[in-house]
Design a protein around this ligand. Sequence first.
Ligand SMILES: [Zn+2]
Length: 333
Amino acid sequence: MTGGRFARQEILPELGPGAQRRLGEARVLVVGCGALGSHTAAALLRAGVRRLILVDRDILELHNLHRVALYTESDVGRPKAEALAGRLRAVDGEAEIEVHVAHFGPHEAEELVPRVDLVVDGLDNMESRYLLNDACLKHGVPWIYTAVLGTAGMMMPIVPGEGPCLRCLFPSPPPPGTLPTCATHGILGPVPKALGALQAAVAVRLLVNDGGLVGRLFQFDLWGMEFRELSVPRRGDCPACARGEYEFLREGSRTVTLCGDAVHILPRSREPVDLGELARRLAGLGKVRRGQGVLFFDVDGASFTVFPDGRAIVKGVKDPARAQALYDQYIAR
Ligand SMILES: [Zn+2]
């Protein structure tokens, strides 16, 4: 069955049966299962990368559907990583899909990155990308920086020891909340699909040990159909890849401002939360509703989505400090 499935790809002179086998043996981490991550994961799996680890902290919302892969209306309200895993297993019954419904923080980065051959970027914020960059450099794992916004996207393959890293390209992260996001500037539906396909193609090339794309930043505008390529030099004073200072791997702030005018809050402890008990405790204080594996709580103009691991996504509050204060008041004990 395996031979037939990839027959049209194996006959490519760039690949062949040996390369196809390597794809089947490779393990790839997909960080973020929104539009970019779902398209990349779907394209990789169909191309024969059958061992995937999916990480995403969020639930699927109706306004995601115009740009994502595989998800349907029945997945709205479900954790993205879980829903995507189910769709991918339906595409390929032999696939090994591991799911983490979790925030990609230093703990997850240190645990998951060393286990894989490559990481693909489905992230929606720069803070998490700097963390991913540090983890990949520390553990010598290649990754592909990929970002989408509006009608455009960009991509740069990063291979530790062989070329520039994210901090050679952008030395410091911008202050949280200053970059345009999909929520503030919008996104054209087909853009993540295009960039997901490009990222998957580069991933296949890196997995079969062809590193010819290192040190090149590719930019695409799908409205004007403009494609540009820039050569990115390695910086001799890069804190991450030259000096080995992995500062983003240290436990940092408990709040992250998300794409979508929301604040993500990490719990102080790693103890799981009993959502049933929390629902009873909050019942008289605001509007409480149970979702699939999550709890919704509205109070003081803020809308919380609380996950069983204690994380929360807060909407309706732009100031991270106020979101944190409301979390500490109502959710934390
Ligand atoms: Zn660097």
